[in-house]
Design a protein around this ligand. Structure first.
Ligand SMILES: [Zn+2]
Length: 216
């Protein structure tokens, strides 16, 4: 079952790899399915060799429904996010270098670029450190999200999410691009001008304008 959905996780992970947001078997991709079960990438398996049979299907409590692999070690955190954020149907966890670097030196990535605002809704919060493979990753993501489509996890990586896998993917990739641009500007030593709340609102436009912009 779920062959199309399982393949979409692998396609997403390979795109993340092409964009250099993940390496080898780092990170994970998870989708809440129409029946409430959750499809998750397995722990410790290179995405290049992953097939649909390797994807794990669990119920909302994490009990195995289908698949023979061990699910991602971040499953407890992912389940917590799905439980507490009913509008979220997909999560992407990465160790993407530029956004993670930014989390080492700042408490927030202030809204200053249009692609950041479009894909992430504005400021991107930085959550304090919590160990990997710990439910705390999910608890801090929910606590710090504040309307953003991603949270930077200090000294670890990024948790991106959205109502669809496409929206979560764009959040992760555009966050990395924006963080690289922001870090490049910071490296000049000159002051970086964030956008005002009015400018952010003007860029955001109508509710759901970003979701309507994306085509499948
Ligand atoms: Zn991680």
């Amino acid at each position: 079952m779920y062959e199309k959905e399982k393949q979409s996780l692998i396609d997403c992970a390979l795109e993340l790899k092409r964009c250099r947001l993940i390496t080898l078997c780092g990170g994970n991709v998870c989708v809440r399915l129409a029946d409430g079960n959750i499809a998750v990438t397995p722990s410790g398996l290179d995405y290049e060799v992953m097939t649909a049979d390797d994807i794990c299907i669990v119920d909302s409590m994490g009990k195995r429904v289908e698949g023979h692999r061990r699910p991602t070690s971040d499953l407890d955190a992912i389940l917590f996010i799905f439980q507490k954020m009913p509008g979220v149907n997909a999560t992407i966890h990465t160790h993407q270098p530029c956004a993670t670097a930014l989390g080492l030196i700042a408490d927030v990535f202030p809204a200053c670029l249009v692609s950041q605002i479009d894909a992430l809704q504005g400021d991107v919060p930085v959550a304090p450190f919590t160990p990997s493979s710990d439910k705390g990753m999910g608890e801090l993501t929910v606590q710090y999200a504040n309307g953003s489509n991603a949270v930077i996890l200090r000294s670890h990586g990024v948790m991106a999410f959205g109502s669809s896998l496409q929206i979560a993917l764009y959040a992760a990739v555009y966050l990395e691009e924006a963080a690289q641009t922001y870090l490049t500007a910071l490296a000049t030593g000159r002051q970086v001008q964030p956008l005002s709340p009015e400018m952010v609102k003007a860029e955001l436009g109508e509710p759901d304008s970003w979701a309507n912009y994306l085509q499948t």
